[in-house]
Design a protein around this ligand. Sequence first.
Ligand SMILES: [Zn+2]
Length: 93
Amino acid sequence: MTGELAGNSRCPLCGGRLQPGLATVPFLFSDAVVLIKNVPAEICSSCHEPYMTGPVTDRMIEMLKPLRHLRAEVLILSYEPQLVEQEVPTTEW
Ligand SMILES: [Zn+2]
């Protein structure tokens, strides 16, 4: 499966030109709504439909997994790139 879009892609819905930007992507669960903001996407300049690349979609699914256990009806998150394991700087006084 190749869900990735090349640089000069056009919107499958309306044929508009796609431009890189940040989108807010809603997810609907059975009893909850999750909005992920600041998702890097190719956004149609005509109908504003966002298209995410495969890795970005995978990352969003990773972010959503732990949320299924929360009993919230509406959640709003900001997209976070894949967390890279790194040493946390410690402040010593
Ligand atoms: Zn479009």
